[in-house]
Ligand binder design. Sequence first.
Ligand SMILES: Nc1ncnc2c1ncn2[C@@H]1O[C@H](COP(=O)(O)OP(=O)(O)OP(=O)(O)O)[C@@H](O)[C@H]1O
Ligand SMILES: [Mg+2]
Length: 377
Amino acid sequence: MSNDVMISANDLSKNFGSFRALDKINFEVKRGEVFGFLGPNGAGKSTTMRILTCFISPTSGTARVNGHDVFDEPLRVRESLGYLPQRAPLYLEMSVLEYLRFAADIRRLDDDMFRKRAKNVVEVCGLAQVLGKEIRHLSHGYRQRVGLAQALIHDPPILILDEPTSDLDPNEKAEFLDYLKQIGKERTVMLSTHNLAEVEASCARAIIVSRGRIVADGALDEIRAKSGRVSYAVTIQESAGEGGYKGRGALPKKGEVEDALSKLAGVKKLEELPTDERAHAYQVLGEQDVDLRPELFRLVADKGWVLLELHRDAQSLEGVFRNLTIGDERRNRQLGAPAADEQDEDEDPSDEDEESDESDESEDSDGDEKAAEGDRS
Ligand SMILES: Nc1ncnc2c1ncn2[C@@H]1O[C@H](COP(=O)(O)OP(=O)(O)OP(=O)(O)O)[C@@H](O)[C@H]1O
Ligand SMILES: [Mg+2]
């Protein structure tokens, strides 16, 4: 494995009882990459992260973090990464400073190192004003910052963040993404989220999982291009409004516009868009390799209509995500479909309670739970 590969998963699978939560996933992440790990509810994001962070072991396959196997060298793996689980493990009765010191002790930082690192994480995570406060008195956003600070305290080269911005308000989200940009300058970051705008803002690459399998992996542009479609927004004036209409053609009725647009060569689909203006607005879908803008413009000019807006968008990440993961949503709504969440788990009893399991996060346990689990083929 090249030194530059920081995370790799090879045919990684995980069964919970008879339910297969992960099915032979493969991916590689290089040093310095910040990538979005996306997928609908129950797709297997947290399961993958929990394997990579040594909380559960795979049923089969292997994973390496910073060159270390998660099964054979869990301590080395844990030293290499900071992990913010979906539910951040915080001791609510501790003050922020006490908690950071506790996290640093577990990471075996000496006093000098703690002072240096604490100064840095307090600055990066914006915690200066709340250091003396008990964590239970903090807002959710601040608790997330504390969770991020504990993940960063030992200056790990890899960060694994499981939905760090869920439940944050828009201001807190924006701030969190700013921190992430700073942090990601010199680290490999795996970020799971349901917010695709966040991925667009902070990641160059995304991996999309659906029902335990990877359905897309690549640069965001490559993933968007997967749909093979391009969309155009076209808005045509409906009536004269104030000041009257000075054009040469008649102002068109809705049916007329729809008819003309749908007959245009290369148009695959037409959808009406809501508009506050007195206008007809449509989203026109065409093939990736044909630019429909000249034809759209010519049509409007020939008819003598007034064009208020014409622009082309690559298919959005959201559109591609929906296309690739639509089966999950259908399955979730069908009675009689396998109910993944009702399966018995096949893990060590100590792993039964998700909360307590995750609250052990900072304790550098050496993966006993995995040894006990014994389900690795
Ligand atoms: N300990 C467990 N015991 C039984 N099933 C589990 C266990 N952990 C996860 N699962 C199941 O595995 C599947 C994947 O779960 P996972 O938590 O990885 O999904 P996710 O992609 O993180 O979803 P979300 O977006 O809702 O957080 C789900 O169907 C879940 O019910
Ligand atoms: Mg999850």
